[in-house]
Design a protein around this ligand. Structure first.
Ligand SMILES: Cc1cc2nc3c(=O)[nH]c(=O)nc-3n(C[C@H](O)[C@H](O)[C@H](O)COP(=O)(O)OP(=O)(O)OC[C@H]3O[C@@H](n4cnc5c(N)ncnc54)[C@H](O)[C@@H]3O)c2cc1C
Length: 567
């Protein structure tokens, strides 16, 4: 069987059969039958089906269910990058499975590294699992669990607390919350990540009064290198659990001892830890009664917004911008201004795009790789600027305000499904946001003029409250984030974003809470060991916890070595 000559009708039949959701055993059996019929191994069959299904656009967004335990030795992220060959794939279904994975890894000689992954939506090497046991909780650890109010402090807000297993996707969690008339306090613009993946990298949305998603954490259940399980919470005066009532285990795992650790440093180290402290089993999260958001997206220019930036920030709950980095002939940068206001739950009204325009936009996103070919072929500032302006033109709401349940408004929409790359930089939002954004725009224009490098997408500007997480990119300061997004396959993309990181982050001599940091997941490995030492004043505190729970390096990988996190 060769990837170009598999029978399309057959691939389609197999694809639909798999997609309609038979259980894993049946799937494996069917794959084996196919493999026998073609005299090939299961992986080759899968690759061929995958290839045809991709060409024929048979897939919905997530092909991950096509990666069975024994058929796909190479793991890649959502855009097919950061390939690695794990020693084994594990799909734990319980806390005891996680503990057993750690014990098995420790008992091997030599010891085997272990790395948890989420849904592979980070572009950096934080998921690197080369030669390691790759732990993928997204299949079987995705329940919303019960909260036992009898073990909480009297002041704890039990009705607005949920417990969730690590592998649940943000979209599924939102559905579960809808059913309980609850909502996440804030979220990013996408919901395809797992909750543990999103929280572990400092994933954030926008809003001056809202920190990264990890700041809504109340406790974290973590399996450490020794196999010991901790429920980590802030110090007792801030913690949710009453230590006198804590039974020493979780309700759903009475046989596994759990130590309650109420310590601010541990808690703030574990909130954003990129998989380096151990295997997260579950979280307790602060949520709130379900609410709606009213959104108005309008087309303007950066030059018209910037004099009023601070009043927009103060007056609008979730304010963000999407800016074309290339100015029009009038020297103004086209920009979509997004104003989102929180409202009590009301019936949906308005919409972003009406049916035919939505269809046109869907087609544009669906065929974005053709656009990449055109952009690369044209290699023209005029054409690139035009395409980015056209893309921005689809964003303003056609029937404003668009009002819906919070997560539907906070999620960007179909644009998230375009195959894209991104680098996101985090600035101190208290210090000259306007000047900083101007300097990023100037860097893009300079790199076009000097090198002919262009970005195939707008810049997303968001604002995030300071976080207590020791090494969150928003640690210790109100943050302005600049996301440099571009379609996958744009020529010189890697070089361009590398130059941008150098021009903006490396050339800034600002240390500590004034430094310019890069998002842990929206990075291509540009962050260096020197950077993390310069950027994070509390790195040493984080490292002390890391050494304590991961003393032998079981959860280390290429990323931890590259950044010399153990030194
Ligand atoms: C289309 C798209 C949209 C995005 N939108 C936003 C956005 O709006 N805002 C934003 O801030 N970022 C955004 N990102 C970045 C993304 O949210 C982060 O990179 C996030 O970490 C990805 O989550 P994931 O589930 O794919 O985890 P992965 O990328 O698979 O893993 C991320 C990290 O989490 C660790 N991890 C995962 N599960 C566990 C576990 N159970 N125990 C221990 N460690 C674990 C992994 O080891 C790894 O270090 C976006 C990315 C994409 C591709």
């Amino acid at each position: 069987m060769d990837q170009n000559h598999v029978d399309q009708a057959y691939a389609e039949e197999l694809f639909l059969w798999i997609y309609k959701g038979p259980d894993e055993e049946q799937r494996k059996q069917k794959l084996q039958e196919l493999a026998n019929a073609f005299d090939k191994d299961a992986k080759t069959v899968l690759e061929a089906v995958h290839s045809v299904a991709t060409k024929e656009n048979l897939y919905p967004q997530e092909p991950s269910f096509l990666v069975p335990e024994d058929a796909a030795p190479t793991w890649t992220n959502c855009i097919g990058e950061q390939p690695c060959v794990p020693l084994q794939y594990k799909y734990p279904a319980s806390l005891s499975d996680l503990v057993n994975i750690v014990h098995d890894a420790a008992s091997q000689n030599p010891k085997v590294p272990v790395r948890a992954i989420g849904s592979g939506h980070s572009f950096s090497d934080i998921t690197d699992s080369q030669g390691a046991i790759l732990v993928d909780p997204s299949r079987n650890l995705k329940q919303v669990l019960t909260v036992d109010p009898s073990i909480l402090h009297p002041g704890a807000d039990a009705p607005n607390t949920i417990r969730a297993q690590c592998g649940i996707k943000v979209a599924a969690l939102n559905q579960e919350l809808d059913a309980r008339n609850l909502g996440l306090i804030n979220m990013g613009a996408y919901d395809g990540q797992t909750i543990s993946g999103a929280l572990s990298t400092g994933t954030h949305g926008s809003g001056k009064n809202f920190g990264p998603m990890a700041d809504f954490l109340l406790s974290i259940v973590l399996v450490t290198e020794s196999g010991k399980v901790y429920q980590i919470e802030p110090s007792p005066d801030l913690a949710i659990t009453n230590p006198a009532k804590f039974p020493g285990h979780l309700p759903e795992a009475p046989d596994i001892p759990v130590e309650l650790k109420q310590d601010n440093t541990w808690f703030n180290a574990a909130k954003v830890a990129m998989g380096c402290l151990g295997l997260i089993y579950s979280y307790a999260l602060r949520v709130q009664p379900a609410f709606s958001i009213s959104e108005v997206r309008s087309m303007t220019t950066w030059e018209d917004v910037k004099p009023h930036l601070s009043s927009f920030l103060d007056g609008i709950d979730h304010f963000e911008l999407m800016i074309n980095p290339y100015a029009d002939d009038d020297n103004k940068h086209k920009c979509v201004k997004v104003e989102r206001t929180r409202k009590p739950l009301t019936a949906p009204r308005g919409y972003r795009l009406c049916g035919p325009w939505q269809w046109v936009e869907d087609q544009g996103v669906h065929h974005s790789q053709a656009m990449v070919t055109l952009l690369n072929f044209a290699h023209s500032l005029w054409f690139t600027r035009f395409i980015i302006n056209q893309a921005l033109g689809f964003l303003p709401d056609m029937d404003p305000p668009y009002v819906d349940v919070s997560h539907k408004v906070l999620t960007l929409g179909v644009e998230n499904t375009a195959k894209a790359w991104a680098l996101e930089m985090h600035f101190n939002g208290e210090k000259d946001c306007v000047g900083t954004i101007d300097s990023v725009l100037a860097a893009f224009e300079r790199l076009w003029e000097e090198q002919g490098y262009f970005i195939g997408g707008p810049l997303g500007i968001r604002f995030v409250k300071a976080s207590d997480a020791l090494i969150a990119p928003q640690a210790g300061r109100f943050t302005c984030t600049v996301e440099c997004d571009m379609l996958y396959g744009i020529n010189h993309a890697r070089k361009l974003l590398g130059e941008i990181k150098r021009a903006i982050c490396d050339q800034s001599s600002l240390p500590g809470n004034d430094s310019i940091r890069v998002h842990w997941g929206l990075d291509w490995g540009y962050t260096t060991a020197e950077d993390v030492r310069k950027w994070y004043p509390d790195l040493g505190k984080w490292q002390a916890v890391y050494q304590e729970v991961n003393p032998g390096g079981m959860f280390d990988n290429e990323f931890t070595k590259r950044l010399r996190l153990r030194e």
